[in-house]
Design a protein around this ligand. Structure first.
Ligand code: GLP
Length: 244
């Protein structure tokens, strides 16, 4: 596991964007596992700049996103499909037929989970999986649990996640309570993993994930068993580790 500590969010974003850009340049038909949330926004912005300058070409890239809220249509401004279009897809030359997310409007959970696992199987393996980190140690929407989920599953979101994500909705009552998420197993099958974390709210989860026991109670702790993980964390997120 490589750990890169940066001064702040901007430097974290720059370094993360550089690693993703290198992947896109070195393997133009890469399969990227992409993430949503505040953490990757800065990196996506820099990738868009790289594309606009003519340094990056996404025309053969496939992207498979981690998760989606159940019950939000793709055009809802808080859906992850909308987030990805706004922050990346609409601004680069990725082909929309090569872009995959769970369908939050599919009410048949078994059907949707099987469909998404087949997407991952048929297009994978994922070359580079980008991850944020939940304040409770979640990755994707794999919440603390008594086991590590292997494939795509429907998750009942925890109070802590609903609270953390409510900042993006008009009121907490609008935050969906369920999501579809890629499993920890699928994440672990990616060839390379890049986890980014910024801010003191992530410090406890990051410390437990990297140096605590490997347990499904801290889903990100599974990464300790992956052979090619890079963590880019800013000083605030790294603070508790630095103090150990
Ligand atoms: C959400 C997403 C995760 C994300 C996490 C952290 O719940 N499902 O994929 O990594 O929250 O989000 P943020 O980067 O906004 O702190």
């Amino acid at each position: 596991m490589r750990i890169i500590v940066t001064k702040n969010y901007e430097e974290m974003s720059r370094k993360a964007a550089n690693l993703i850009a290198a992947q896109v340049m070195m393997k133009p038909d890469s399969v990227l596992g992409l993430a949503t949330g505040s953490s990757p926004i800065g990196a996506y912005k820099l990738l868009v700049e790289g594309y606009k300058k003519g340094d990056l070409d996404f025309s053969d890239i496939t992207s498979i996103n981690l998760d989606e809220y159940v019950g939000l249509p793709a055009d809802h401004n808080q859906s992850y499909a909308y987030f990805m279009r706004e922050n990346l897809f609409n601004h680069v030359n990725i082909k929309m037929e090569n872009v995959f997310l769970p369908n939050g409007m599919e009410s048949d959970e078994t059907k949707e989970c099987e469909r998404y696992d087949e997407v991952i199987r048929s297009h994978g393996p994922i070359d580079l999986q980008l991850l944020g980190l939940g304040e409770n140690g979640h990755i994707g929407f794999n919440e603390p649990d008594s086991f590590f989920a292997d494939g795509t599953h429907k998750v009942s979101l925890t109070e802590s996640t609903i609270n953390a994500n409510s900042r993006l909705f008009n009121s907490i009552d609008e935050v969906p309570t369920f999501a579809y998420s890629m499993g920890v197993g699928s994440i672990m099958r990616a060839k390379q993993i890049l986890l980014i974390a910024s801010g003191k709210k992530k410090a406890d989860a990051l410390c437990k994930a990297l140096f605590g026991p490997v347990t499904p109670e801290v889903p990100a702790s599974a990464l300790q068993f992956h052979h090619d993980v890079t963590i880019i964390a800013d000083e605030a997120a790294y603070a508790l580790i630095a103090k150990r």
